[in-house]
Write a protein that binds this ligand. Sequence first.
Ligand SMILES: Cc1cc2nc3c(=O)[nH]c(=O)nc-3n(C[C@H](O)[C@H](O)[C@H](O)COP(=O)(O)OP(=O)(O)OC[C@H]3O[C@@H](n4cnc5c(N)ncnc54)[C@H](O)[C@@H]3O)c2cc1C
Length: 166
Amino acid sequence: MEARILAEFQAIVGGRGLISSPEELHTYECDGLTNFRVMPRAVLLPNSTDQVQAIVRICQRERIPFVARGSGTGLSGGALPVENGIVISLARMNRILDVDFPNARVVVEPGVINLDVTGRVSPQKRLCGLSRPALVRHRTAPHESPMRHSNGKSHLHGPSGLRLLQ
Ligand SMILES: Cc1cc2nc3c(=O)[nH]c(=O)nc-3n(C[C@H](O)[C@H](O)[C@H](O)COP(=O)(O)OP(=O)(O)OC[C@H]3O[C@@H](n4cnc5c(N)ncnc54)[C@H](O)[C@@H]3O)c2cc1C
């Protein structure tokens, strides 16, 4: 990848938000489906929506393919990098933005892990899980598990792509 593009990425996410050394990139060459591996050109770790937008704009301008990655635990290769592309890891976007108990609704950033949602709601005797679903607009894996899931794509799909939470 051209140095000028890397410099632009770095200006957006800061030094610690850009991974480009081959040793570190190996971590991101596959997800839970380890049979297939593609080394990304770079991995970016934004910590805000604005940063994600700025990164994607550059990708669009430079025709760089990108793949979003949560915790990389998917088993179907969805987070497998595209050849000559970059990975946008949402792991640093891990804030719980709003917990609305009366409406059983939680709004979170995409990198929030399931266990943290459960920890936040458990004082109210609520669990993040599969039964008694109610609609929630977030992307956290909605089953109770200590695994580091950061989205619910392959767990539950409600109408219009909404995620479900107990
Ligand atoms: C040991 C194990 C047990 C499991 N058990 C269960 C289970 O009991 N029930 C169950 O339903 N599933 C289970 N899973 C699968 C689980 O659904 C996935 O691992 C999980 O959804 C992946 O979440 P992730 O954040 O790690 O996403 P990744 O693996 O990083 O990505 C998965 C896909 O989502 C995309 N993506 C990730 N984040 C975003 C985002 N913010 N915006 C847009 N796209 C995004 C990626 O590009 C990729 O296509 C299990 C997996 C493992 C490894």
